[in-house]
Design a protein around this ligand. Structure first.
Ligand SMILES: Cc1ncc(COP(=O)(O)O)c(C=O)c1O
Length: 393
C-alpha cells in the first residue's frame, strides 16, 4: 500500500534563511506577516530525496559535477511517463534556474531593439528579462471573461506579424491565472509563431502541477515544426520544492538552437549542475510520483477550501478556478479599492504577505496571488485575519 504523506503538519521554516518566511517583513515592510507569497511550498520533500542527499553528503567531496547519464535518464523517463514526451538526452541542457535561462535566451537569441512578446498578467521576471536586455516589450494581454482567462488570438496575430517581434515567452501552465492551456490553444500559438517565424520560449515549470480533468501539453510535442522553433523550460523545483537547490532542465530538440543556447550558458559559466541539486532532482524524478499525486490532491483541496471560504464569508473576493499551479488568483475588484489601498490593507490590516496583482502587469490590478502550497491551518489563519480586518474596515 502506498505511504500516506503528511501535508498538514506546520514545520517551522524560520531561521533557515527562507526568503518566504525570514525575509517577508523586510521585503514587504510589514510586521509579523503571514507569508503566502513567493512560490515555494511549506511541505517537506519526499523522503527519498532527503535520503539521496544524505548519502551524497556522507561522501564528503563536492567537486565540479556533470549531468550524469543516470540523471539524464531520470529526466527522460519523467518526461515520457508524465508528459508522453520522448526527449533525447542531448536535448536536455542545464540552467541553474529558469529565470537565468530566460535572460540568457533573450540576450543570445535577439538583438538590441528587437521586440519580445509576453501575455500579462504574467510572472514578473518575464518582462524583466526583456527589459534587462534592452529589448522592447510587446504585450498580448489575456482576456478575463465569465471567470475564465483565455488568449486573445487576433491581437496575438497582429502583434506577432510585426517583423521586429522575434521571440515570445509563453507561460504554460500560466502563473498567475492558473490556466492549463489546451492542445487547441497551444496549437494556435504554434501556428501563429511559425507563420511569423517567432521563436517560442515555453516556460513549463508548473507543468507537473496540473489537476484532474486537465492535461499539460509540452509545446515541443505539438508538431515537428513547433519542436524546431521552441525552447522548453522545465524543472523539478516547483514540483518537488527544490528551488533552493538551483537545478532546471532547458529542453531544446533543435540542434542549431541548442548549440546557440549552450554557447550562452558556457559564456556565463553556467554549464554544470550543483552536485546536490542533481542528486535531489534525480531522486525526485525517480521516486517522487506518489508524493506528487498526494501533494496535488492536498493543494486541490486547499484551493476548494479557500474558494468556499471566500464565497461564504467574504463574497467580495473570489478565486479564479485553478486548473494547475499552486497559486490562487483572487479577484478583489468588488471592494472597489485602488492598488495602493488594496496593498496597504493586506499588509497592515490583515497582515498577510501576498503578491499584489499589479506586479504581474497593469492587467493584474485589483487581484492578489496566494500561495496554496502550505498546511491548511495556515490558510485558515490567513482567511480569519482577512475576514476580521475587513469587518473592521
Ligand atoms: C512561470 C515561472 N517561471 C520561473 C519561475 C522561477 O524559476 P527559477 O527559480 O528556476 O528561476 C517561477 C517561479 O515561481 C515561475 O512561476
Amino acid at each position: 500500500m502506498a505511504h500516506t504523506y503528511d501535508f498538514d503538519s506546520v514545520i517551522d521554516r524560520k531561521g533557515t534563511a527562507s526568503i518566504k518566511w525570514d525575509e517577508a517583513d523586510r521585503i514587504f515592510g510589514g510586521k509579523d506577516l503571514m507569508p503566502l507569497w513567493v512560490a515555494d511550498m511549506d511541505f517537506q520533500v519526499p523522503i527519498e530525496i532527503t535520503e539521496a542527499l544524505k548519502k551524497r553528503i556522507s561522501h564528503g567531496i563536492y567537486g565540479y559535477t556533470a549531468s550524469s547519464n543516470s540523471y539524464l535518464s531520470s529526466v527522460q523517463k519523467w518526461m515520457s511517463d508524465r508528459h508522453h514526451w520522448p526527449v533525447e538526452k542531448e536535448g536536455i541542457c542545464h540552467s541553474p534556474g529558469i529565470v537565468t535561462a530566460l535572460n540568457l535566451i533573450v540576450d543570445g537569441f535577439t538583438e538590441e531593439g528587437d521586440k519580445v512578446l509576453i501575455q500579462p498578467p504574467v510572472y514578473p521576471p518575464f518582462s524583466k528579462a526583456v527589459l534587462n536586455q534592452n529589448r522592447q516589450l510587446v504585450t498580448n494581454p489575456l482576456i478575463y471573461s465569465n471567470g475564465r482567462y483565455t488568449m486573445d488570438f487576433s491581437d496575438l496575430e497582429n502583434k506577432l506579424s510585426d517583423p521586429k517581434v522575434t521571440l515570445m515567452i509563453l507561460c504554460s501552465p500560466h502563473n498567475p491565472v492558473g490556466r492549463v492551456w489546451t492542445k487547441q490553444e497551444l496549437a494556435t500559438v504554434a501556428e501563429l509563431a511559425l507563420k511569423y517565424d517567432v521563436l517560442v520560449i515555453s516556460d513549463e515549470i508548473h507543468s507537473d502541477l496540473v489537476f484532474q480533468g486537465h492535461q499539460h501539453v509540452p509545446f515541443a510535442t505539438l508538431s515537428e515544426a513547433a519542436a524546431a522553433h521552441s525552447i522548453v523550460c522545465t524543472a523539478p523545483s516547483k514540483t518537488f520544492n527544490l528551488a533552493g537547490l538551483q537545478i532546471s532542465n532547458i529542453i531544446i530538440p533543435d540542434p542549431a538552437l541548442r548549440k546557440r543556447y549552450k554557447k550562452q550558458v558556457s559564456r556565463f559559466s553556467l554549464s554544470e549542475p550543483n552536485s546536490l541539486g542533481a542528486v535531489a532532482a534525480e531522486a525526485a524524478y525517480s521516486y517522487g510520483s506518489e508524493w506528487l499525486e498526494q501533494c496535488l490532491e492536498y493543494i486541490r483541496q486547499n484551493a476548494d477550501f479557500v474558494s468556499n471560504y471566500l464565497q461564504k464569508h467574504i463574497p467580495d473576493l473570489n478565486m479564479v478556478p485553478l486548473e494547475g499551479t499552486y497559486l490562487g488568483w483572487i479577484d478583489c475588484r468588488h471592494l472597489g479599492w485602488d492598488k495602493i489601498k488594496l496593498q496597504r490593507f493586506f499588509l497592515h490590516d490583515a497582515k498577510i504577505a501576498l503578491n499584489q496583482g499589479y506586479t504581474f502587469g497593469v492587467e493584474g490590478e485589483g487581484f492578489v496571488r496566494i500561495n496554496l502550497a502550505c498546511p491548511r491551518w495556515l490558510l485558515k489563519d490567513a482567511l480569519n485575519r482577512l475576514q476580521t480586518a475587513l469587518e473592521q474596515e
